[in-house]
Design a protein around this ligand. Structure first.
Ligand code: NOJ
Ligand code: CA
Length: 577
């Protein structure tokens, strides 16, 4: 009979998620920098906080909540696009890169927001959407008027006298990526929606325009750029016939052309280096080498990138296997251990909510499982990206019928499924689970009408669970998801071992527990995460060497010599000898 030593490690006292600060260890790496060490918070501006009652979040709302943002301990904010736009793709269709869409406020409001963040030591990352513009951008309007127009070559065209262009996949348009323009008798390319024509990066004039736009914002004081859909910027402009079925692997076929690296080097010299800003690419090609080619320091292209390998794992209600999840994170970590730097994220505005996809959104487990996932996110090597609302455990909404959807991606998927005669009930089930709309619902501030987001009619319905999940209520509860998040961010900020330390996966094959160590010089931490809704045990020799418990989302730790039994979604970090 095993003698259970129920180590009531009440080092944790009353607060289940209290953190202990160990002495800060300086990084051993000589290229430490703020964009590696910080924690990034992503704000989807139309859903964060409305201050004028029009139902859309605005800069005023961010200004009002600056203290809240600071209270999270985050050191960077990335905000989704707020530029002038017809809003076909919620701002990822920019019609004037130097102007602000009035629904967010004015340039003065922007400056006030930026200054407010910076005075709190928070850097600002701007979304740069330059794989494509809006079809309402002056460049495109002019380009569409004649082949002789000076802006015609700012876009990609297929002259109709050559016949129809070879099929090219569009991410949003079920009919493909080419659309006909009468006045020029040519087809223009749009990797995304019809209203998002691709810019021609092979044209040096266009590239200079983009650098000028980036300089404009750098001069206003932004600290970094998130390059939207950037792996697709350079194209093979012969537009060859691609093999049948290639669209299943379209990143491989359309992304990461060699010329992209020339353009990035040029951008680095023109903008990144002189303005001392940083840039992160959305997407990183289809191999580890592709990612390294974008971000390795000596390449002088970008500083970091994020890849989709694990978010792609959980796009359907079928879910994912923990072993695969571990394998992906471990492979990427290993590859970037010596060189290069990546972002770590589990959710953003393009995916369903974190807790629905990787945790357990049932009322019983959503809090603990979100705490567990946030512990994971904040204890990996790489820069953690947290999406607004995930610090509370906000969940998906229920949208069973297509009439409720406004997102262009969801509507495109629906039309494609219809055209393919898919089982539409099944399709709606998957869409309801996976659509981007899940992650775009208004921030849940309190339990007053519309969750305190707006006094007007919210642009998107508020999740009906806002009375149980909101900032005001979680603020008061020391055991809440929010306070656990704050503790974890503070803990990471104070412990460079979590930023720079070596990562070692333990018991890769354990199907329920993710266990790993982080080690930097004499600092050693063991991270233990139960990914299931039941108790689960693991045996590890490191458990004999525990110094103290630093993070725990439960009151207790159940350790018997070298075996630990974790409660459902229990997340623990201990220091070890
Ligand atoms: C990626 C963005 O994250 C997404 O929201 C957008 O729809 C596409 N790029 C097109 O810009
Ligand atoms: Ca507003």
């Amino acid at each position: 009979m095993k003698k259970i030593i129920l180590l009531l490690l009440i080092l944790l006292s009353m607060n289940s998620c209290k953190e202990k600060t160990t002495t800060q260890t300086e990084p051993t790496t000589d290229n430490s920098t703020w964009w590696k060490e910080g924690v990034l918070y992503q704000i989807y501006p139309q859903s964060f906080k409305d201050t004028n009652g029009d139902g859309f979040g605005d800069f005023g709302g961010v200004i009002e909540q600056l203290d809240y943002i600071e209270s999270l301990g985050v050191t960077m904010v990335w905000m989704n696009p707020f530029f002038e736009s017809p809003l076909v793709d919620n701002g990822y269709d920019v019609s004037d890169y130097r102007a602000i869409h009035p629904r967010y406020g004015t340039m003065e409001d922007f400056q006030e927001m930026l200054d407010g963040l910076k005075s709190r030591g928070i850097k600002f990352v701007l979304d740069v959407v330059v794989n494509h513009s809006s079809n309402q951008h002056e460049w495109f309007k002019q380009a569409c008027s004649s082949r002789d127009n000076k802006y015609y070559n700012y876009y990609h065209w297929w002259p109709a006298e050559k016949g129809k262009p070879p099929y090219r996949h569009s991410l949003f348009d079920p009919e493909g990526a080419w659309d006909y323009n009468q006045a020029t008798n040519s087809y223009y390319l749009h990797t995304f929606a019809e209203a998002q024509p691709d810019l021609n990066w092979e044209n040096p004039k266009l590239r200079q325009e983009v650098y000028d736009i980036m300089k404009f914002w750098a001069e206003k004081g932004v600290d970094g750029f998130r390059m939207d859909a950037f792996q697709f910027a350079s194209k093979d402009i012969t537009f060859p016939e691609w093999p049948e079925g290639h669209e299943k692997d379209f990143i491989k076929w359309y992304g990461m052309r060699p010329q992209l690296h020339d353009y990035l080097k040029e951008m680095y010299k023109e903008v990144i280096e002189p303005y001392n800003v940083f840039a992160v690419a959305e997407g990183s090609g289809s191999t580890l080498k592709d990612a390294h080619d974008l971000v390795d320091e000596d390449r002088k292209e970008l500083q970091t990138a994020y890849h989709f390998e694990y978010v792609d794992m959980s796009r359907t209600p079928v879910g994912y296997k923990l072993a695969d999840f571990k394998e992906v994170f471990t492979r990427w970590d290993k590859s970037f251990a010596e060189k290069g730097w990546i972002a770590i994220f589990l959710s953003n505005h393009d995916n369903a909510r974190l807790v629905n996809r990787f945790g357990n959104a049932s009322p019983e487990f959503r809090a603990v499982s979100t705490q567990m996932l946030n512990t994971f996110l904040l204890s990996m090597r790489g820069t953690p990206y947290t999406y607004y609302g995930d610090e509370l455990g906000m969940t998906n909404i229920d949208m069973p019928t297509i009439e409720e959807y406004v997102d262009i991606e969801a509507i495109g998927r629906f039309k494609k499924a219809q055209a393919a005669n898919a089982d539409m009930d099944e399709f709606m089930e998957v869409l309801n689970y996976s659509s981007r709309e899940n992650a775009r619902t208004p921030m849940q501030w309190n339990d007053s009408v519309n969750s305190g987001f707006t006094i007007g009619k919210p642009w998107k319905k508020v999740n009906e669970n806002y009375k149980e999940i909101n900032v005001e209520q979680q603020d008061k509860d020391p055991k809440s998801v929010l306070n656990h998040f704050r503790s974890m961010v503070k803990f990471r900020n104070n412990n460079k071992v979590l930023v720079y330390g070596d990562y070692q996966l333990l018991q890769a094959e354990h199907p329920e527990i993710y266990a790993f160590t982080r080690i930097l010089d004499d600092k050693k931490m063991l991270v233990l995460l139960n990914f299931t809704n039941h108790n689960s045990s693991i045996t590890l020799s490191q458990l004999n060497n525990i110094n103290e418990t630093l993070i725990n989302n439960y009151e207790t730790l159940n350790i018997d010599n070298d075996e630990i039994t974790l409660k459902p979604y229990q997340a623990v970090i201990v220091s070890i000898k």
